[in-house]
Design a protein around this ligand. Structure first.
Ligand SMILES: [Zn+2]
Length: 342
């Protein structure tokens, strides 16, 4: 984290041994050049702020000393060597062995770190929408996700500088466009909604600021034949009227593909058959835990064509039907008769 601090001397166009007067002169020149009121360039305001921060630190003797000790070891050594010629050995020993001095430096560094933290920007949160089929979303799957997004420059590790000059790979921004690859496990019963949050999976912040988070959201595509109804699934199935009369089997769609369901003789139009455990799995440990049902609505279909012998057989079937075989027809005939009789 510490190494992400910009080189304040470089920002002001100075060397580490610059005198206080040089710092002031450099700051005045740059402030005039970059002041947002005078400079319309889009990057000027940002650079102006950086220059102000650099000047605030380097123009304060205590802050500059703390900055040098932590971030510019070479400059600090040079300064110490210069001081050593003036200080006596006893003074140096006293300073080194006094806890108060150490604490003071720590506080200065702490204050400096606070300034640096304010310069950082947080990276952006990213949200990736994972479009899944109903089968993938409810039965679970493993998906490999690839997308491009800004990443920390690998060459300079996001600092923007290598060897004291702008990083050639990212032109000093510390950020590059990179391919991100994630292997996402979608557990059974996931459905739509947030799947997983990866802290630090977002884009990196400026000046080495921390990355945002990455969230995977599951979006469930419509199934061509199945409709979800809380934990249940619904489908509408056409059924030949002869199967409805005689009973038999009908093929129905499921999340897994399809399955054959028993149809009892005498089912009515619109009747709902229930296939237990054919619905949406709950988020339990086994695929079947808390799984809803498949609700099959039967839509009886009358034949559009009938051979003559079958027509004769059906007419015979109607004549032989018990008197209570068609209760609605019986009731209708009675109402009609009563009307005529009155
Ligand atoms: Zn770089």
């Amino acid at each position: 984290m510490v190494s992400n601090l910009p080189n304040y001397y470089r920002l002001l166009g100075l060397v580490a041994s610059a005198k206080p007067q040089d710092i002031k002169t450099a700051y005045r020149r740059l402030a005039k050049e970059l002041h947002p009121d005078l400079n319309q360039d889009s990057t000027a305001a940002e650079r102006f702020q950086s220059v102000v921060k650099a000047y605030e630190t380097l123009s304060d003797a205590k802050l500059r000393r703390a900055y040098d000790e932590v971030f510019q070891p070479a400059a600090a050594q040079a300064a110490q060597a210069a001081q050593a010629t003036q200080a006596t050995q006893a003074q140096k020993e006293a300073a080194a062995s006094t806890p108060g001095v150490v604490e003071g430096v720590t506080n200065l560094v702490g204050g400096l770190m606070e300034k640096i933290n304010r310069r950082w920007s947080l990276g952006q949160d990213l949200r990736y929408t994972l479009s899944l089929s109903m089968t993938e979303a409810y039965l679970g799957c493993v998906k490999t996700v690839r997308f491009e997004s800004p990443v920390r420059c690998p060459a300079c590790k996001g600092i923007g500088q290598t060897g004291g000059s702008d990083c050639g790979d990212c032109q000093g921004s510390g950020v590059q466009l990179g391919e991100r690859v994630f292997k996402i496990t979608v557990p059974p019963g996931s459905g739509a909604g947030m799947l997983t949050r990866i802290p630090g999976g977002g884009t990196p912040g400026e000046n080495g600021g921390p990355e945002g988070d990455l969230t995977f959201l599951v979006e469930v595509a419509e199934h061509p034949m199945l409709e979800s109804d809380s934990q249940h699934l619904r489908c509408r199935v056409p059924l030949p009227v002869t199967t409805a009369l005689a009973g038999g089997r009908v093929e129905v769609p499921t999340l897994e593909g399809s399955t054959s369901v028993h149809v009892p003789a005498g089912v009515q139009n619109g009747q709902v058959l229930r296939l237990e455990g054919g619905g949406i799995p709950g988020p339990g440990p086994t695929p079947r835990s808390g799984r809803g049902d498949l609700l099959i609505t039967l839509e009886l279909e009358l034949p559009e064509k009938l051979p003559e012998e079958v027509r004769k057989l059906l007419a015979e079937a109607e004549r032989q039907a018990p008197s209570d075989a068609y209760p609605r027809t019986v009731a209708y005939r009675k109402r009609l008769q009563d009307l005529v009789d009155d």
